[in-house]
Design a protein around this ligand. Structure first.
Ligand code: GDG
Length: 478
C-alpha cells in the first residue's frame, strides 16, 4: 500500500498529547502512522520571504511545513478563506466580503503550496486534502503533472446553490472540487447541496452509486460524518475528574446544576443566542435563580478578522448584562471564560455537568456535541441540548434537538434537560454511545481512504487529464 499524504491549512502540533491536539489530528495521525506518509501545510508562522518546507521526521511520518508571507496570510487565509468562504458556507453571507485581490492570493498560495509539495510525492502515494482553504489544490497538483489519487474532505457545511452563488467565483470553485477523485462532506444535506449545484447548472449528473460525472470527470461524492474515539474520551474524562480545576469548579457550584458549553469564539456557534435563551430560562423560571450556572469556555480564534472582534464584544456585553440582571452575592449565572483549556480537562468538566449546551447556528459536524456525550458517567449522564443545524444532529438520536433561532424553545429544552429523570437520561445516553461507537473516527477515516483507493483506480482509467490554466475570470493578478 502506498503512503498517505495529508494536506491541510495547518499542520497539527507534532507532539502527541499536546493540549491542542484535537480529534482530527489524532485520527489523521493514526492513518499516517499505519502506512507512513507526509503531513504538509502551513506552519502557522508569518515569514518575510517564501522558503522551502521545514521537514521534521517522527518515525515513519514526515511533517513538512511552510511559512506564509504577510501578503499571503492576508489574502489567502484572513481574506478569501475566512472573510468570504467561511461566513458564506455558514450561511452568513451578510458577514461575507469578497475582494478580487484576496481571491487571486488564495489561488496563488494554493499554487505555491502545490509546487512545494510536488517534489515529495511518490508514484504510489495517495493524497488527502482538507477543507475550504484548499478547494483548488487538486487542480494545482494536476497542472504540475500529478496523477496520483487525490481526495478532498470539507469540514464545514456546503451551502445550498442560492447561497453559494453569492460568492462571485462560485463556478470556478465547484469546478475545482471536481478535479478531486473523492469529495467528502460531513452530511447528506451538504452532499445534496453540491449535487444540486452541479445538476441544476447542467455541469454533470450523479448516479445511484454515489458517482458523479461532471466536467468530463468521474468522481465519488459522499457523506463521511467525522467521529471521535468515544471510549478514549470516556477514560480521559474519568481520569481527570479529580484534577484541581475540576474539583474547584465542583466546590464552587455548591450543589447547583451546571450547563457546559465549549466553542471556539466564532459567530457560527450561536453564542449570543445561547446566552439569551439561558436568560429566558431564568426570566421564566425564578425557581432556577441560584440553582443553575452556565459555564461557557470560548477560546478566541481569528481575532484579526473584524467580524470576530465584533462577536467578542457582543458576547462580553451580553454576559455582563445578563449577570448584572440576575446575579446574587453568592451566584454568578454565566461564567464566560475566554481562554483555552487542556483537552482532557474539558472532558472532565463535561462529565461534571448536567447539560451540554451546543447550539451553533450552522456547523459542519460539531465534535464538542460528541465529546460531551462520550464524557458522561453512564450511570448518571448529563443531557445534550443540540442545534438542528449542527451536522451532529443527524447522528445523535438521544439529544434534545432545538432551533437556535427560537429562544423560547431553547429555554424549554434547558428546563427539560435540567429536570429529566435518570432512566430517560440513561436511555438517551446509551443510544448516542452506540451511534458514536459505530461511527467513530477510524470509520470516518477508513471509509474515506478506502473510497479514495478504489475510485482512483477506476477513475484514472476514464478520466481525462485535467490541464487547465488557473487564471480565471474572478481573479485579477494581485
Ligand atoms: C471544524 C468544523 C467540524 C475547543 N475549545 C478547546 C478545545 N476545543 C476543541 C473541542 C473540539 C474542537 O476544539 C472543536 O471542534 P468542533 O467540531 O466543535 O468545531 P470547529 O473547530 O469549528 O471544527 C466542525 C470539525 O471541523 C471537524 O471536522 O466538526 O463543524 O467547523 O474537539 O474539544 N480544545 C482544547 N482547549 C480548548 O479550550 N484543548
Amino acid at each position: 500500500m502506498g503512503r498517505l499524504i495529508v494536506v491541510s491549512n495547518r499542520v497539527a502540533p507534532t507532539q502527541e498529547g499536546r493540549p491542542s491536539a484535537g480529534g482530527l489530528a489524532i485520527g489523521v495521525l493514526d492513518a499516517l502512522k499505519e502506512t507512513g506518509g507526509v503531513w504538509f501545510g502551513w506552519s502557522g508562522e508569518i515569514v518575510g520571504e517564501p522558503s522551502e518546507p521545514v521537514i521534521e521526521q517522527q518515525g515513519n511520518v514526515t511533517y513538512a511545513t511552510v511559512g506564509l508571507t504577510r501578503r499571503d496570510y492576508d489574502q489567502y487565509y484572513r481574506g478569501f478563506s475566512n472573510t468570504t468562504l467561511w461566513p458564506t458556507f455558514h450561511y452568513r453571507n451578510d458577514l461575507s466580503h469578497f475582494e478580487r485581490e484576496d481571491y487571486a492570493g488564495y489561488l496563488r498560495v494554493n499554487e505555491t503550496l502545490a509546487r512545494r509539495l510536488v517534489t515529495m510525492i511518490r508514484p504510489d502515494d495517495i493524497i488527502w486534502v482538507h477543507d475550504y482553504h484548499l478547494l483548488p489544490f487538486a487542480r494545482c497538483l494536476r497542472n504540475l503533472g500529478v496523477t496520483n489519487p487525490i481526495g478532498f474532505f470539507l469540514h464545514i457545511p456546503f451551502p445550498v446553490p442560492e447561497v453559494l452563488r453569492t460568492v462571485p467565483p462560485h463556478q470556478e470553485l465547484v469546478h475545482f472540487m471536481c478535479d478531486y477523485d473523492v469529495v467528502g462532506f460531513q452530511t447528506e444535506a451538504d452532499r445534496q447541496s453540491f449535487i444540486d449545484f452541479i445538476e441544476r447548472g447542467h455541469h454533470g449528473s450523479a448516479s445511484e452509486d454515489g458517482m458523479l460525472h461532471a466536467y468530463d470527470r468521474l468522481l465519488k461524492v459522499a457523506a463521511y460524518p467525522i467521529g471521535i474515539y468515544p471510549d478514549a474520551i470516556a477514560k480521559a474524562a474519568t481520569q481527570y475528574t479529580d484534577r484541581k480545576a475540576v474539583r474547584s469548579l465542583r466546590d464552587g457550584l455548591r450543589g447547583r446544576k451546571l450547563i457546559m458549553s465549549v466553542d471556539r469564539l466564532d459567530y457560527s456557534k450561536g453564542l449570543v443566542e445561547r446566552f439569551q435563551a439561558f436568560e429566558r430560562l431564568l426570566q421564566n423560571g425564578p425557581g432556577w435563580h441560584g440553582r443553575v450556572s452556565l459555564v461557557q469556555i470560548a477560546p478566541p480564534t481569528r481575532s484579526d478578522v473584524q467580524t470576530y472582534q465584533r462577536i467578542r464584544q457582543n458576547l462580553e456585553g451580553e454576559a455582563g448584562r445578563i449577570n448584572g440582571r440576575f446575579a446574587q452575592l453568592d451566584w454568578t449565572p454565566i461564567q464566560y471564560l475566554n481562554r483555552k483549556y487542556e483537552r482532557n480537562l474539558l472532558m472532565a468538566l463535561f462529565r461534571t455537568s448536567q447539560v451540554g449546551y451546543v447550539t451553533p447556528l450552522r456547523d459542519g459536524m460539531n465534535l464538542v456535541a460528541k465529546e460531551y456525550v462520550a464524557s458522561q458517567d453512564p450511570s448518571d449522564p448529563g443531557v445534550l441540548v443540540l442545534s438542528q443545524f449542527a451536522g451532529a444532529a443527524e447522528q445523535m438520536p438521544g439529544a434534545l434537538v432545538v432551533n437556535p433561532f427560537d429562544l423560547s424553545q431553547m429555554a424549554e429544552a434547558l428546563e427539560r434537560a435540567l429536570s429529566m429523570p435518570l432512566a430517560e437520561r440513561q436511555a438517551r445516553h446509551a443510544d448516542m454511545m452506540t451511534s458514536l461507537r459505530e461511527n467513530n473516527l477510524s470509520v470516518w477515516r477508513d471509509t474515506f481512504l478506502a473510497d479514495l483507493r478504489n475510485v482512483a483506480t477506476a477513475a484514472s482509467v476514464t478520466a481525462k487529464a485535467v490541464k487547465q490554466p488557473i487564471k480565471l475570470a474572478h481573479a485579477k493578478a494581485a
